[in-house]
Design a protein around this ligand. Sequence first.
Ligand SMILES: [Fe+2]
Length: 305
Amino acid sequence: MPRATIRSLHQKTRYRRASIRSLLFTVGPNRLSGRRISRRHLSREVLVREVEVSSPLWPEAFDGLRIGHVSDFHLGELLPLERAVDIIRLLAEQKPDLVACTGDLVDLHHDQAAPLLEALAATGAPLGSFLVLGNHDELHCARTVSEMAADAGVILLRNEEVEIGRNGQRLVVAGIDWAWSSQACARHVNRTCRHVVHLLLSHNPKAFRRAALLGIPLTLAGHTHGGQVALPNRPNTNLSLTHRRSAGLFRRGHSRLYVTTGVGGWFPLRVNCPPEVVILRVRHLPRPAGGKKQTVPGVAGRDAG
Ligand SMILES: [Fe+2]
């Protein structure tokens, strides 16, 4: 059987499975409760979280850059378009220099993705609005979502990188497609980050393992929803059991990872895990005196900074 036919069959199976999951855990319980679940979900305030991160690998010309990070809308039954646009407005009010959305714009269908992408493009962030796709964005048709992003003016990165120049220095932003495992994420990172990259966007936080080895100063991710049920004041102790890094800020060497709890979800419950938009202020730290340049395993002579 031709490979394209097999891929199409897999895609249909994934979509069918996701539709059943949506019926059992999202749409079904919500409708049976007279939409009480989605009303409670919508009554929750979205937190604006400010986080400062610093690394000597971050370019000096971009010291103090403010990144607006948002993720996991899961547009659909539990999060209607109006709420999603309000959340983007809340993010835009913080006046970030750059907006980064780390995927799962939609829960299942992409029917209403276009106006959401238009709102994302219209935040007024001077360096632009960037996007990577999540696993849910691939359920209906990743190509259509990609075309919608391009039409709206959102910079979608599918295993690609772009450069932004300032004062003779450059900031390289890369984004990778969805992958399940650390190994599969690493393959995307290797393919995409062939030169120096400063900011990596990945739906799956598991990309951080390879990103840290490559000396990428900042990785932003979502996907986990912070486990949705966490212990009080211990956001990383939660029900996202397959992820060691599932909520908040993580460090490895000079590399940093922020995993946002996101704004939506497909399961209608959050405990000690409020929805959030994040403003990251990224600082360049001077390299410690006598500090060595990081070199990347498998990439000869590469300066990670
Ligand atoms: Fe998600």
